[in-house]
Ligand binder design. Sequence first.
Ligand code: DGL
Length: 276
Amino acid sequence: MEQEKQLIGPIGIFDSGYGGLSVFKEIKKQLPQYDYIYLGDNARVPYGTRSFEAVYEFTKECVFKLFDLGCNLVILACNTASAKALRSIQQHDLPPGKKVLGVIRPTTEIVKAFTTSNKVGILATTGTVKSESYKIEINKFNPEIEVFQHDCPFWVPLVENNEMDTEGAKYFVEKDIHKLLEQSQDIDTIILACTHYPLLLPIIKQFVPEHINIISQGPLVAESLKTYLDRHPEIDSKSSKNGSMQFFTTDDPRDFESKAEIFFGQKIKADHIKVS
Ligand code: DGL
């Protein structure tokens, strides 16, 4: 009984920075009963322009820090980490009884429900685009869907620096959306395949024609986690349920608190954590 008690822990949510808060917000809404620890690697953001090896090492360090803090299940609320590190961690690094899930599969599984033209656009970091993970995953289930991609390397820095409502943000968002949409006139669905991008949604909507669906991942990932926990009672029973939240950042916690309030929609308290 004592031993069982020790195994129970919070669910870990990881992102390179603030973007994962857009996913966490939805998870908390749909699954408020669980305990959560959010870890943002703000000191090393962005991941999107880094090599496979760097993203893998950084992600692994953060995931293991969350395991050390008692998490049995960690969600990579980061597409770049999901694209470049998830599979290697799952195949080579997981200690017994620990699980890691990403955000790409829950998104690609449902994309068919949104498109009628079978032409889907992906906006993501350079790392995610280069990995081709979206193309591969979408075509695994739906080979008839044609996937068009464009990377937006300036969007994450805009969000991390709270420059979402500026002329600079408008300039880059307009330019990048144009670059995606010029690849095909028939794109009817755009996936915001970076968890930072929903924070730019008010500007994105200004430049995307109304008939095009814009998909943010938060609600999809939350729904998928709910289903996963229902289907895996052995993981669910190891997830503590007191409705608590803890936030850690590898950078300045005061800075994290002020920005997280904007992104998460409520005041939070954060602590600094060292992961390497
Ligand atoms: N938010 C992350 C994603 O979903 C990555 C941002 C970055 O660090 O470049 O891809």
